[in-house]
Design a protein around this ligand. Structure first.
Ligand SMILES: Nc1ncnc2c1ncn2[C@@H]1O[C@H](COP(=O)(O)OP(=O)(O)O)[C@@H](O)[C@H]1O
Ligand SMILES: [Mg+2]
Length: 448
């Protein structure tokens, strides 16, 4: 694999944003859960357990093991998994999937699971490159007529001078680089970096501008220290799946005429694994096992479980977090039942965290915290009504009603949500049990 490709691949991991109010587990330094912390309320035991898990993951002591978060719907299983990812930080990959996503017509279910597992493993690659770095203090183009269109002029070459705090150096550059300067809009006064080998130019910011504006879109940077020509270390974080896809694409000329498939050959993965191990041995790379969170675990069947169980033993496996709201359930694809519908040999590998139903006070506090986070003002009576809905229907439904209730208030030109706004929102938007009951009733009528 060439570094060029890796630089292209190195983008930030995508993050899950639906539980946007959650910023962490909300623990103090002794790993005790605060009543309200990190956007979470209550559920202290589970949060404290999750705090221990975060430590184990950081210390690399969770390899080959997994976690099961078990509890009734709406008790914060997903919320806690998201909080774990926030605690782990941006550098550790966190991938969320629902077990239903593994079943598609596009690829085998085991392939879908394997790809998802490899998305949850990062590789941090370091590379030292020779660069020229400094403030561009002089840029002069040598323009010639365009050979294809003589009415136009293009730069045939350019002369540039780069300055650091220590020295100034002048270089002449060829047409390819000169064109890059012209089209990237780089001008004198910019601090730039040129890759010696590839000629790639990056603009780092504007150097010590004379005029300071109160508001300025430019990043101001200092004129660099040291020599103009120097070695710089770069790090890129990519996932194993990124590397698999890049390598598979390179081989795809051969398979141009075979049917389009997004499945990845096992030889490709083997080659990627070997390459990564080689990098690690050379001290160029580091493996960052991330976390794969699988919701609705009971939808997985025995084949997927067996595959995952085996894959967890590999040295390149992510930490698996499963969530289940089933007690005893049949394992799909078999006639056996087991706790949470998870096969016993897999259960043996799992640390189990349980979440408990919320008390009325906790429901009220969660809704209140959530409303505050959304910047909403809510009257007491309205909060009481939502708390009731949270108790009677579900917490998720009560939280979901906040946004429409606020819109209803705004239409009345009110900045506060009152109880009528909540009732109106409840009328207009059904919760899942109501909408499914409604359709069931209709289906019954249509059969007649
Ligand atoms: N302890 C909590 N503190 C704050 N918000 C919570 C808490 N538990 C759940 N929520 C929020 O309530 C909603 C439902 O919780 P969720 O995590 O989806 O439950 P589950 O995954 O157990 O079904 C989500 O919007 C979630 O962010
Ligand atoms: Mg959930």
């Amino acid at each position: 694999m060439i570094m060029e490709e890796i630089r292209e691949l190195a983008t930030r991991f995508e993050r899950y944003s639906a539980h946007s109010h959650i910023s962490g587990l909300g623990l103090d330094k002794d790993l005790r859960a605060k009543t309200v912390g990190g956007g979470l309320v209550g559920q202290k035991k589970a949060r404290e357990a999750a705090g221990i898990i975060v430590r184990l993951i950081r210390e690399g002591k969770m390899a080959g093991r997994g976690i099961l978060i078990a509890g009734p719907p709406g008790t914060g299983k997903t919320a806690i998994a998201v909080a774990i990812s926030k605690e782990l930080g941006r550098d550790i990959p966190f991938v969320q999937a629902s077990a239903s996503e593994f079943y598609s017509s596009e690829m085998k279910k085991t392939e879908a699971l394997y790809q998802t597992m490899r998305k949850a493993i990062g590789v941090r690659i370091r590379e030292t490159r020779r660069v020229l770095e400094g403030e561009l203090v002089e840029l002069e183009y040598n323009m010639v007529p365009n050979p294809y269109n003589p009415t136009q002029k293009i730069p045939e070459s350019a002369r540039i001078t780069l300055a650091t705090k220590k020295e100034r150096r002048t270089f002449s550059v060829g047409s390819r680089l000169a064109l890059q300067f012209m089209y990237s809009g780089i001008s004198e006064g910019d601090v730039i970096m040129i890759d010696r080998e590839t000629g790639r130019i990056s603009r780092l910011g504007k150097a010590n501008p004379e005029k300071r504006y109160d508001i300025d879109i430019d990043d101001v940077v200092e004129r660099p220290d040291g020599n103009v020509e120097k070695d710089r270390e770069f790090t890129y974080v990519v996932t194993l799946h990124d590397l698999d896809e890049a390598r598979a694409k390179r081989g795809s000329l051969l398979s141009l005429f075979s049917s389009e498939s997004r499945e990845i050959d096992s030889e490709v993965r083997q080659a990627v694994d070997e390459q990564v191990k080689e990098w690690i041995e050379q001290g160029m790379a580091e493996l960052i096992p991330g976390v794969l969170f699988i919701d609705e675990t009971h939808l997985m069947d025995i084949e997927l479980f067996a595959f995952m169980n085996r894959a967890m033993e590999s040295e390149m496996a992510p930490i698996i977090i499963l969530a289940s709201n089933r007690g005893f359930a049949r394992i799909r694809g078999t006639d056996d039942t087991s706790p949470h519908g998870v096969p016993l040999d897999l259960l043996d590998r799992l640390l189990i965290i349980t979440t408990e139903p919320y008390s009325k006070e906790e429901i009220r506090l969660i809704i209140e915290t959530r409303a505050a986070e959304m910047g909403l003002v809510i009257e007491n009576e309205a909060l009481e009504k939502l708390t009731e809905i949270g108790e009677k229907n579900s917490l998720r439904y009560a939280i979901q009603l906040l946004a429409p209730a606020n819109e209803i208030a705004k239409v009345k030109n009110s900045a506060r949500i009152d109880v009528e706004d909540v009732e109106k929102a409840e009328q207009l938007f059904a919760d899942v049990s109501r909408s499914s009951a409604y359709l069931k009733e209709l289906e019954g009528k249509m059969l007649l």
